[in-house]
Design a protein. Structure first.
Length: 406
């Protein structure tokens, strides 16, 4: 089995050139636990192996712990191509049970020398800096453990356009709160041994393609959660081919990774909605945390596409009035669930959609599975045969308003 799979994988790489550059893998589960895992696959094998073996370790520990109730495992990431050679990735783990545990692990890898880098490889005179860093840490975290801090090494760090950020796991630093302990050091203030390329983002506003829908039309809205992903482009191509459209509820942390696809998404007459930044279970979060999950996603989508979403879909479909009062966007659920993640095949997906669909339906799919992509042409063809036209959720809501006004 293992060998067959490996041969298949190698074949796939040789024949179709599966390598399309880095991607973000998303794994969302809602069975015994609420699990949301997002992480980059860089196609640099040694780095990918290190990342995935770390994630497997975290997942296995989580499973072994057998937490009561519906525990949550959220794994998110940051990804930065520091320059043409160096990639910096951080993996952030949050475990929510009766208390919350946060952990971080970072990887900095030089593709040309095939080496993992430490802070010593990045910053000159770390010995001299050491005193200032620790002084700043003590100022920021007054209840930190002095003994630990004095001997702490700088194992975890990220680099963005402005700062080098050093992280310490809270459990080790013995601070009283469970949030990650970190210190931002402006890049300008450091003697760096490497170049840091700043990312340039263009913002160009894209208008929706206008569709001709009349009031009498029998319409449905196809919706896709948890993207963008490496399958998004295929979904867009299918929608275009069949003159259909969809509404994509995106996870904020993946948005910048697939920026170009998102522009195309809007140009083709699709709509983008907000599905939170890290796909946490939102009703467990504080007002500030919820607002941050939503606003960070709004900002990312705006920055990358120029478009500001008006729609929100709560993660796992979970919401209450308190959550609604925190979010100033239109909540959109669904009345038809393809359960694509569960049935995993075209026939099952077709059955689930067709048994419940009616004029005005909002149909739920997911944008991170191959079987959803495979089923989509069949679903669209059958719906068309039954006389349905496709609109975005905003268009659907607009149409409902017009009809109710009469
Ligand atoms: Zn989701």
């Amino acid at each position: 089995m293992g060998r067959k799979l490996r041969v298949l994988l190698i074949m796939c790489l040789l024949v179709s050139g599966c390598g399309k550059g880095p991607e973000i893998l998303t794994d969302i589960e809602n069975k015994k636990a609420l699990v949301s895992i997002n992480y980059p696959v860089t196609e640099v094998s040694e780095l990918d192996e290190a990342i995935s073996s770390y994630i497997n370790k975290v997942k296995n520990e989580f499973k072994r712990n057998n937490y009561k109730g519906k525990p949550e495992l959220n794994i998110s990431y940051t990804y930065k191509e520091v320059n043409s050679e160096i990639i910096n990735v951080s993996i952030l783990t949050e475990i929510v049970t009766d208390k919350t545990i946060n952990k971080i692990k970072t990887f900095t890898y030089n593709k040309n020398t095939n080496k993992f880098l430490t802070m010593d490889d990045i910053v000159d005179d770390l010995d001299v800096l050491d005193y200032d860093i620790k002084k700043e840490m003590l100022k920021k975290y007054q209840n930190a453990d002095m003994d630990y801090l004095s001997s702490a090494s700088y194992d975890f760090f990220t680099i963005d356009d402005d700062n080098l950020t050093i992280y310490f796991n809270p459990a080790e630093l013995k601070t009283t709160d469970s949030n990650l302990v970190y210190l931002d050091i402006p890049l300008d203030s450091l003697n760096l041994l490497i170049d840091v390329d700043k990312q340039e983002e263009t913002t160009n506003y894209t208008n929706f393609k206008k569709k001709t829908i009349s009031e009498e039309d029998k319409v449905v809205a196809l919706t896709f959660d948890d993207g963008p992903s490496k399958y998004t482009k295929d979904i867009l191509d299918i929608l275009k081919r069949y003159d259909a459209c969809g509404t994509f509820f995106l996870i904020g942390n993946k948005v910048s990774f697939y920026g170009n696809i998102l522009k195309e998404m809007l140009q083709n007459g699709n709509e983008i909605g907000n599905h939170s930044y890290d796909h946490k279970y939102l009703t467990r979060l504080s007002e500030n945390e919820v607002k941050e999950e939503v606003s960070k996603t709004q900002e990312e989508i705006k920055r990358v596409t120029g478009f500001t979403p008006k729609l929100f879909r709560p993660t796992y479909g979970g919401y209450n009035n308190t959550l609604k009062s925190y979010i100033d966007l239109t909540f959109v659920l669904w009345d038809v669930d393809s359960r694509d993640w569960e049935v995993k095949n075209t026939e099952g997906i077709m059955n689930n959609v067709l048994k419940d669909v009616k004029a005005g339906s909002i149909i739920l799919f997911h944008d991170n599975h191959e079987y959803s992509v495979k089923a989509l042409p069949e679903v669209i063809k059958e719906l068309k045969k039954r006389g349905y036209k496709f609109v975005t959720v905003s268009e659907l809501l607009e149409l409902k308003k017009i009809r109710e006004g009469q």
